[in-house]
Write a protein that binds this ligand. Structure first.
Ligand code: VG1
Ligand code: CO
Length: 542
């Protein structure tokens, strides 16, 4: 029943910021997907007798790949596999199930916020036994295995019925189809004060959640509508669709514009939120105020002690390097340890796992805590709902008061998507070569104090990660960061991050792009963006 299929390596199976992400058409190439799955098992080893968790965000090709994973896992000796019904599991839910059921690891089928459908993107992520995304040494190992693969093993059996809850079997391997939501919803109920939120609903709190036809829909219906009692209709676009309703499942001001417009309108609800393809990102918006992910992280850390699961205190906090330093100010005041990591959740995991940090986040709409080793969209939204309910304040008041107390970090990210890869690399190299000459230079009234390439020394496993973005630090605390994205599937994406601190309450209500206008032109000048990228403006501004 087990077949060994002869194959050849594919040169491009090198995982990026968050798994292997390519066009669906590439994953459909004969042997492409099988090779990568076998490479994961070859690299992570000792599958005999172990348990694996598998699920995905419901995008096109999800179920076909799950069938492949099941058959290849059976042929590699796994004892059991837990699969979300219908092939559905959010990224944080997989992380939780790995921990809860002591699995060897998990495979998440998702290209996150990237577009779906047959012409869209697909992705495969691997999480290790801690529940966290595979660290660099594992992703490099998987890539190395993919480059010397000669054959993969697969069970020659019919498809498994992914919609039938309960036990099935391939050869000696047990397959358990589980409710994707229950365990995760139970965990949320342990962390948050659902009774306080129910009381706030009774007192009139109005909320809207946009699931963007992605994986968080079933979780949101269960948690927000069934368990908390928000009225039916609170969750919109709650049905996961293979093409996400022909929209990008990316909760940002471009793709979640309707939700933002609703929250800015007179009759809008008090609070609005959205999540991405695989449920690990969050967008939170108060009535009349868009809350940046960096501010959200800082505010959650400053108020965590109000929330049931975090009353014991916050050990430390962490942010990715490009994320604004708003959290640094909270850490200073509350005496939390603070860590600065490269972009990508995997860099938080050692810190979380060792109990060095309790909360962490990225500017890219990712926030999380030590409850699972992944960023978690619904967790962040529940954190906000819990804080709103307990304080009785509006989100607008909470954000404004935070700025008054800590100052405001104006922050924006400009993305130049699908630009020529060679031109983008050339731009980065040119800037890299000039870094040493920049300190001391004054542009537009901003004096450059330091310019470097960010290198991370992991304090737990002592690994070193180079080439994690170029930083220009100014004397007045402002920053510009340049990075190449590691999640795109077409050409290159250049990300430029800008930050400026404003302590004066009178000057804290400006439009962000206006407040950052000088830094925006300095970034263009220092990076020679227009020249290299042949673009007049960024594709997306967040
Ligand atoms: C982007 C974000 C990064 C995030 C990653 C995965 O990576 O910038 O902060 O961790 O996506 O998120 P990059 O390399 O394109 O900048 V997700 O929700 O796609 O798993
Ligand atoms: Co995601």
């Amino acid at each position: 029943m087990i077949q060994a299929i002869i194959t050849k390596p594919f040169a491009d199976q090198d995982p990026g910021t968050s798994g292997l992400r390519k066009k669906v058409k590439i994953f459909e190439t004969p042997h492409y997907t099988e090779n990568f799955i076998q490479s994961i098992f070859d690299c992570t080893g000792k599958s005999k007798g172990k348990r694996l968790i598998v699920g995905g965000d419901g995008r096109f090709f999800n179920q076909q790949v799950i069938q492949k994973v099941l058959k290849i896992a059976a042929a590699n000796g796994f004892a059991s596999i837990m699969v979300g019904k219908g092939g559905i599991l959010s990224t944080p839910a997989v992380s939780h199930l790995i921990q809860k059921y002591k699995a060897h690891g998990g495979i998440i089928l998702s290209a996150s916020h990237n577009p779906g459908g047959s012409d869209g993107d697909f992705g495969i992520k691997y999480n290790i036994a801690s529940g966290g995304p595979a660290p660099e040494k594992v992703t490099k190992g998987i890539y190395a295995c993919s480059q010397k693969i000669r054959c993969y093993r697969i069970a020659n059996v019919g498809d498994i019925d992914l919609d039938r809850l309960g036990h099935q079997e391939i050869g000696g391997m047990k397959i358990e189809i589980v409710d994707p939501v229950r365990d995760y919803a139970d965990l949320m109920e342990k962390l948050f004060d659902f009774q306080a939120i129910r009381q706030a609903i009774a007192d009139g709190l109005r909320f809207r959640f946009d699931a963007m036809h992605a994986v968080s829909g079933p979780y949101a219906h269960e948690i927000f509508e069934k368990r908390l009692g928000f009225p039916t209709g609170t969750v919109i676009k709650g049905q996961p669709l293979p093409d996400f309703g022909n929209k990008n499942p990316d909760p940002n001001p471009v793709h979640a514009k309707d939700l933002i417009d609703l929250l800015m309108s007179d009759g809008g609800p008090d609070f609005g939120a959205a999540s991405d393809g695989d449920g690990d990102r969050n967008l939170v918006i108060g009535k009349g105020i868009f809350i940046t992910p960096s501010d959200s992280l800082a505010i959650l850390a400053a108020n965590a002690h109000l929330v049931k699961g975090y009353r014991a205190g916050v050990a430390g906090v962490a942010r990715s390097m490009p994320t604004s330093t708003a959290i640094d100010r909270v850490a200073k005041k509350h005496r939390f340890f603070l860590y600065e990591t490269p972009t990508g959740w995997k860099f938080f995991c050692n810190l979380l796992d060792m109990g060095l940090i309790t909360l962490c986040g990225e500017e890219s709409f990712g926030t999380g805590s030590s409850h699972v080793l992944e960023k978690d969209g619904l967790w962040a939204i529940l954190m906000w709902l819990n804080i709103l309910s307990i304080t009785g304040k509006s989100a607008l008041d909470i954000v404004r008061n935070h700025w008054r107390e800590y100052g405001r970090n104006y922050y924006s990210r400009h993305d130049y998507e699908e630009v020529d890869t060679a031109a983008a690399k050339e731009m980065m190299k040119n800037l890299h070569d000039r870094l040493e000459s920049l300190p001391g230079m004054e542009i537009g009234g901003f004096k450059i104090e330091k310019a470097d390439e960010f290198v991370y020394h992991d304090p737990v496993d002592c690994s070193v990660s180079h080439n994690q973005g170029l930083r220009i630090l100014f004397k007045n605390g402002s920053r510009i960061v340049f990075r190449l994205s590691g999640t795109g599937t077409q050409g290159a994406t250049v990300r430029v991050y800008m930050e400026r601190y404003e302590a004066d309450p009178v000057l804290q209500e400006q439009n962000t792009q206006k407040a950052l206008s000088t830094l925006i032109s300095i970034a263009d000048e220092i990076g020679n963006l227009k020249l290299y990228l042949n673009r007049n403006a960024p594709t997306v501004i967040t």
